[in-house]
Design a protein around this ligand. Structure first.
Ligand code: ASP
Length: 324
């Protein structure tokens, strides 16, 4: 059995490529890196890699992580600037004996030394988003003016299983739009943004990093799978519990969306928001995008994305942007 699951529709092209690789016996780690790089390279996805939205100072700071489920090796970069594929830097770091998690200038120095491609990651389109956002803020009455992190943030997080039974997980993101310089979310943090153990399975998160980290949620899901839960049971119970706890203790919960796969290729997903999508492919399932919907009792279910939804998705991503 082999398989790969990822947060958001944006992962579809990447996981399709990865699925073909897995079918031809590639390792989970290679397939996963290929899939995430495809998302990082696509300039119209404004929350990952090239074209990602900048921080408050108009600089694109990227976070990424990689974990090998066979060895539990970890590698991560935080707030790295001007490198094309943070996930590859993270994977390279996972092969180091120590110094596996580097941030800022240290991460850039490492990437430079190891010959990774340098690239200005701020696109004209992302600059337009930034400019328009400032204009919108300036139009507000001065008492309402507040440059807070904007909600349109999405991380690509993936878990893959290969035919040898090896697993890997990885994430990549530009984090919150208008974040403070140096801010790290959950995505590069092992246990929160991702976790994988080939003896059990893996999980990965997207949503509000500050809240996802409060539950070490990816590790928590793997722990539940180890105790015998299916990926679906583990995701649903962990997300519901963290959501409830945050509401009880802090009166509100940020966005929490999780995907998981176990070492049998079974998969699951849970979210506390409307409009979450994910992409999955296994030996028995062609690459498919599902939308998470809720019935009248609030119970979530998955619906395959329609052709119309898919067309509309790409149209809105690539629609011309006007400089206000
Ligand atoms: N979790 C990411 C962060 O907090 C953002 C996202 O997944 O939407 O940086």
């Amino acid at each position: 059995m082999y398989g790969i699951i990822a947060t958001w529709r944006m992962a579809l092209e990447g996981i399709s490529e990865a699925e073909t690789m897995l079918e031809h016996d590639a390792s989970a780690a290679d397939a996963l890196e290929t899939a995430i790089r495809a998302v990082e390279d696509f300039e119209y996805y404004k929350s990952v890699g090239y074209g990602g939205l900048p921080n408050e100072d108009e600089e694109v700071e990227l976070d990424a992580a990689f974990m090998d489920g066979d060895t539990l090796s970890i590698g991560a970069v935080g707030a790295i600037k001007d490198f094309a594929n943070p996930v590859s830097v993270a994977r390279c770091l996972s092969k180091e004996p120590v110094n596996n998690f580097l941030v800022g200038a240290g991460a850039e120095k490492y990437a430079h030394k190891h010959g990774f491609e340098r690239k200005n990651m701020l696109t004209d389109r992302a600059r337009t988003h930034y400019h328009n956002r400032l204009v919108e803020e300036n139009q507000k009455a001065s008492q309402d003016r507040e440059l807070k992190p904007y909600a349109g943030h999405d991380t690509v997080g993936m878990v893959a299983l290969d035919q040898q039974g090896s697993m890997a997980a990885a994430t990549s993101t530009s984090g919150l739009f208008m974040k403070k310089a140096g801010r790290l979310g959950d995505s590069p943090v092992i246990g929160s943004g991702l976790y994988v153990d080939s003896e059990v399975g893996g999980a990965s998160a997207t949503g509000l990093g500050e809240d996802l980290m409060k539950g070490c949620i990816s590790y928590e899901i793997v722990r539940r799978m180890k105790e015998g839960m299916t990926p679906q049971e583990a995701c649903e119970s962990a997300v519901a519990e963290l959501d409830e706890k945050l509401k009880k203790k802090r009166s509100k919960a940020g966005d929490l969306s999780l995907i998981a796969m176990n070492n049998k290729g079974e998969w699951g997903c849970a979210t506390n928001i409307k409009g979450f999508s994910f992409a999955v492919a296994t030996e028995n399932l062609k690459p498919t995008v599902y939308l998470v919907q809720f019935d009248e009792n609030g119970k979530q279910y998955f619906e395959e994305a329609s052709e119309e939804w898919m067309d509309n998705y790409m149209k809105t991503r690539t629609a011309p942007l006007i400089w206000k």
